[in-house]
Design a protein around this ligand. Structure first.
Ligand code: T5A
Ligand code: NA
Length: 210
């Protein structure tokens, strides 16, 4: 692959959306595609349930543990902080990361419980800023119709409506919005071209930011 010169860094590409919007299936297909093009890339997912903090989050989401709303918020954030240095190292070494949920999930979900947006944002400050945010846009009602919905704590229609409103408030003009109700192939086509464009841009010297 051309353009992968010395010193060029990888891109931090974040996928956001409601539960069942299709992030996980789309990000794994995207990574296979990019690997096939010789792009150094990994798929990451938050919460990362494999760490000890991730284990606490997982129990909470499965309704096996109760936690204060602020305590779980800070655990989600800590779960990103514990991966920050590895994230920075990967990006600097030229590996692009396709990240399934990031700080926006942290804020949109906790704020849906009534916590103040500014309070929710504070612990995210200093994490690496994404080069691109792709939002898989779906109405909460449509997401609820998809398979497996309803097994975890936040998978309730009323709650997802609030999350959806929060995402709307958090988004800005730089976000790339894809209609998550299109056929999976069409979503993937759009995602591939956005990702390639972003990765090319980052190789040409754009610095990492927080
Ligand atoms: N959370 C997360 C916080 O509160 N704070 C935080 O800081 C973070 C990081 C778990 C929960 O944690 C919350 C958010 C979540 O509620 P998770 O582990 O990422 O987060 O779990 P989910 O996002 O809920 O993962 P899902 O698997 O439910 O959703 P995905 O990944 O968006 O969807 P996916 O790809 O698994 O697809 C879901 C279903 O839809 C179908 C698929 O076949 C599948 O059945 N589907 C489509 N159907 C029709 N058309 C399409 N285009 C389709 N695309 C997918
Ligand atoms: Na997922």
């Amino acid at each position: 692959e051309s353009g992968h010169g010395e010193g060029s860094r990888g891109s931090l590409i974040v996928l956001e959306g409601l539960d069942r919007s299709g992030k996980t299936s789309q990000s794994s297909r995207l990574v296979s595609f990019l690997e096939g093009r010789g792009v150094p890339v990994e798929t990451w997912h938050f919460p990362d349930r494999r760490t000890s903090i991730g284990g606490m989050i997982s129990s909470y989401l499965a309704n096996n543990a109760q936690l204060d709303d602020r305590a779980i918020h800070l655990l989600f954030s800590a779960n990103r902080w514990e991966k920050r240095s590895l994230m920075e190292a990967k990006l600097k070494s030229g590996t692009s990361l396709i990240v399934d949920r990031y700080s926006y999930s942290g804020v949109a979900f906790s704020a849906a419980k009534g916590l103040a947006i500014e309070w929710c944002k504070a612990p995210e400050e200093g994490l690496i800023a994404p080069d691109m945010v792709v939002y898989l846009d779906i109405l909460p009602e449509r997401a609820a119709e998809r398979g497996g919905y309803g097994n975890e704590r936040y998978e309730q229609l009323e709650f997802q409506r609030k999350v959806s409103d929060n995402y709307h408030d958090l988004s800005d003009s730089t976000w790339k919005i894809i209609d998550a109700c299109l056929p999976e192939e069409d979503i993937q086509t759009q995602l591939r071209s956005l990702a390639l464009e972003c990765i090319t841009g980052c190789r040409s010297g754009k610095p990492l930011s927080t």
